[in-house]
Design a protein around this ligand. Structure first.
Ligand SMILES: [Zn+2]
Length: 353
């Protein structure tokens, strides 16, 4: 059934071109868990799995995830995405009649905790200091302020069950924490790895890309059997994280190469000569997009560590790699070394812009 805009809203010649399914690789089988094909998933609007002993993961058709753990003294919930909303109560009630007593905010983003007001005023809400600061600065009635915050590490014990919370610095956003169930060996770290896919555009709209890279290593430093990544209808394994890490490092290597090769005065001058000084920003777009195309081509044409290409290993590779290439390259220009700077006269670094 076609929606209001059909299957694409075209903005004439200045907008983005339409992506056509026939031109893209289908999602690899490992990205297609059984519930994706189950019509009742779309009727009920949620799907739940026990991914650790007494630790439950819940997902929605739109690919938003939360988790919960009954403790005998109340249920501890991690996140409250609006697309899941009160269906989270249905998922909890299918397991226990204990009330929700504790809610942990993974980070301050509305798409992951924007239904938290549904728990009412009596629950304890645990989050990082920065999450509280951001929610106090930008108030939202649907995201009540945390009642308990921490700075570096915190252990939450409820009914004899334990969760270890940790903050290792800004990555996807400031205040995005690790939530580890050590007995159950389940790690929750939201918006870094979307198991089975290349994740959403622009490194899942992450703010600190150096931190985004570091988070892959930090996730792997935990002893976990299951990862709650926050997206997208799949929970993850260690192998999923290792695969994602490899993809991102291929991207970074290609980005370094593109910057070294093309981010020089000579090359930049070439783009400007092509458009003229009065069209400087047309030249700038062609310059930046040429580096992005270079990176995209290198990543997608590479034979990876298991002999497959990225579109065979990760869903979304052919659609989203170009957005990631832009973000990784641009963040390198902002966050990583330029290997020097312009010297007086004509001497200088190998990449100058
Ligand atoms: Zn987020």
């Amino acid at each position: 059934m076609a929606g209001k805009y059909g299957d694409f809203y075209a903005a004439q010649k200045w907008g983005f071109p339409k992506a056509v399914a026939a031109e893209h690789a289908p999602s690899p089988r490992q990205f297609m868990p059984d519930h994706i094909h189950d019509p009742s998933f779309y009727e009920r609007n949620w799907h739940k799995e026990e991914i650790g002993d007494g630790f439950y993961w819940v997902t929605t058709p739109s690919g938003y995830e939360a988790a919960f753990m009954p403790t005998g003294s109340g249920v501890v919930v991690i996140d409250a995405p609006p697309p899941l909303g009160e269906n989270l109560f249905a998922a909890i009630e299918s397991v226990t009649d204990e009330p929700v007593t504790h809610v942990i905010y993974s980070h301050w983003h509305s798409d992951h905790i924007g239904a938290a007001s549904m728990f009412g005023p009596k629950v304890k809400i645990i989050a990082h200091d920065v999450t509280r600061e951001l929610l106090a600065r930008f108030p939202d009635p649907y995201r009540p302020l945390p009642t308990d915050t921490f700075t570096t590490d915190e252990t939450l014990e409820v009914g004899g069950r334990r969760l270890e919370l940790s903050y290792k610095g800004a990555d996807h956003c400031p205040g995005n924490i690790y939530i580890y169930a050590p007995e159950e060996k389940v790690l929750t770290k939201i918006d870094i790895v979307s198991p089975g896919s290349v994740t959403f555009m622009h490194c899942d709209a992450s703010e600190n890309i150096s931190g985004f890279y570091q988070a892959h290593d930090d996730i792997l430093s935990y002893d976990f059997k299951a990862l709650v990544g926050g997206h997208i209808t799949r929970w993850g394994t260690r192998e999923d994280v290792e695969t994602a890490r490899e993809y991102w490092h291929d991207m970074l290597a290609a980005s370094d190469e593109a910057l070294k090769e093309m981010s020089t005065r000579d090359v930049l001058e070439g783009f400007h000569q092509g458009t003229g000084r009065e069209h400087r920003l047309v030249g700038a777009e062609n310059f930046i997009n040429s580096m992005v195309n270079y990176i995209t081509d290198k990543v997608l044409s590479k034979t990876t560590s298991n002999g497959q290409a990225w579109p065979e290993r990760l869903a979304g590779a052919t659609t989203f790699t170009k957005y990631h290439a832009f973000t990784v390259m641009e963040s390198s220009r902002l966050e990583r070394t330029h290997h020097g700077y312009q010297r007086r006269g004509t001497g200088g670094a190998w990449y100058v812009v």
